[in-house]
Design a protein around this ligand. Structure first.
Ligand code: GDP
Ligand code: IMO
Ligand code: MG
Length: 425
């Protein structure tokens, strides 16, 4: 039995797509458990670059079965578009994709409400994919699920019911145009035969695969600091990207989890609003953005950049129970003479004992840095640990010690071959 979870330890975009693709070489099943098309997971294979939003990154390996679990919110149009995109690249999907009958649907009114709510002063900087409003409906118990697509009459009834309320909200609260119920019913009724081949009880499928000794990889989206419960609320997403979310989002027991791989960038980034104590807003931030090509894979927005925050990372590895780390984008730091790492926060002159998640507090903390010597060279073609400059190895070992989790994989570029296995100390 082997069940491995890959999670983001920061504010997303840590390079999960690359790491999941690497690890899925030896996986039988790869499953997504939360989020939706707000995710943008990049995988580079040779000259080809794929950005996956809903399909698990394992889809690019010919022999894996991919699962979209009950915890994911699915935009059927986005999903079908993505299936088309990978098919055009010669990737066979038939028999390899399973979607949970219990997964909730993103509806046109979710996307509209998402963008309208972002117009005010309290905006979160969402991806505009309708994620928050879809999870609200799920918790409100008025959501429409994948299984409902397979019953046209029931689907029509639910859409009519929901739109009666949503259109009032759109018109009265947001003074926006109402949505046309008939066209939404027609559009969603058409999805039944297109989605039907993939719909199944994915919890039963994965539990059976586990009992047969299959190798399972669970692909988190977003990151720990964007977690609805444990992130920097309210500047978070509306699901639970942490490792604990995998069991809920797939219907598997915590006792089956063997390994938890935390993916971390060698520095920090964030897209959208919210506190970011180690952010560099001047020239250094721009340099990091330029060298790291830090632009959102889903929205194209420039990512905010800053130094590695070991204090936030320790919090993150603790609540995820990371058994190892995959440290990505180490190559990007080759441009700097010295590399500061944040080792703690001060608030009103006092060192904090634990990571504060409240945005109000995080906005006021002052990071305390330890400075490391840079290696000032291009390491992107190095494939062996012992060939790395000593300063780079030291940087990795220091992070590992601070965070109290071994770094087992290093990534020095977006391609599969730009990966280094770190020997145990
Ligand atoms: P994800 O959402 O966690 O899958 O990450 P994204 O795909 O949104 O962003 C990571 C970006 O960094 C992508 O463009 C990757 O191709 C790229 N990338 C991944 N690992 C490395 C690395 O080690 N070095 C460099 N320079 N780029 C990387
Ligand atoms: P991957 O899986 C980075 C951010 C948004 C916004 C907040 C809420 O590629 O790492 P949402 O649309 O989820 O309601 O937006 O979360 N966000 C991400 N940031 N990577 C992601 O996914 C993200 N998904 C959402 O920018 O700040
Ligand atoms: Mg991303």
């Amino acid at each position: 039995m082997s069940v491995k979870i890959v999670i983001g330890t920061q504010w997303g975009d840590e390079g999960k797509g690359k790491i999941v693709d690497l690890l899925s070489e030896t996986a039988d099943v790869v499953a997504r458990y939360q989020g939706g098309a707000n995710a943008g997971h990049t995988v580079e294979i040779g000259d080809r670059r794929f950005i996956l939003h809903l399909l698990p990154a394992g889809i690019l390996r010919p022999n894996t079965v991919c699962v979209i679990g009950n915890g994911v919110v699915v935009d059927p149009a986005a999903l079908l578009h993505e299936i088309d995109m990978v098919r055009k690249e010669g990737i066979e999907i038939e028999g390899r994709l399973k979607i949970s009958h219990n997964a909730h649907l993103i509806m046109p009114y979710h996307k509209k409400l998402d963008s309208l709510r972002e117009r005010g002063a309290n905006k979160i900087g969402t991806t505009g994919r309708g994620i928050g409003p879809a999870y609200i409906d799920k918790a409100q118990r008025v959501g429409i699920r994948i299984v409902d697509l397979l019953n046209r009459d029931y689907l029509e009834q639910r859409i009519r019911m929901n739109l009666t309320e949503k259109n009032q909200i759109l018109a009265r609260i947001y003074r926006s145009e109402e949505l046309d119920v008939e066209s939404i019913i027609t559009e969603y009724q058409e999805f039944d035969r297109l989605i039907d081949p993939y719909v199944t009880d994915t919890s039963l499928f994965i539990n059976t695969a586990i009992s047969e000794g299959k190798r399972i990889l669970l692909e988190g989206a977003q990151g720990t600091l964007l977690d609805l419960d444990h992130g920097t609320y309210p500047y978070v997403t509306s699901s639970n990207p942490i490792s604990g979310g995998a069991c809920v989002g797939l219907g598997i027991p915590p006792t089956c989890i063997d390994e938890i791989v935390g993916v971390s960038k060698a520095y920090f980034t964030r897209v959208g609003e919210g506190p970011f104590p180690t952010e560099e807003t001047g020239g250094i931030g721009e340099e990091l953005r330029e060298h790291g090509d830090e632009f959102g894979a889903t929205t194209g927005r420039p990512r905010r950049c800053g130094w590695f925050d070991a204090f936030a990372m320790r919090y993150s590895t603790l609540i995820n129970g990371c058994t190892s780390l995959a440290l990505t984008k180490l190559d990007v730091l080759g441009a700097f003479d010295t590399i500061p790492v944040c080792i703690g926060y001060k608030l009103e002159g006092r060192l904090l004992k634990s990571f504060p998640t409240a945005a109000r507090i995080l906005e006021q903390v002052e990071p305390v840095y330890q400075t490391h010597p840079g290696w000032k060279s291009d390491i992107s073609q190095i494939t062996r640990w012992e060939d790395l400059p000593v300063e780079a190895r030291q940087y990795v070992r220091t992070i590992s010690e601070m965070v109290q989790v071994p770094v087992s994989l290093l990534s020095v570029g977006p391609k599969r071959r730009q990966t280094i296995i770190v020997p145990e100390e």
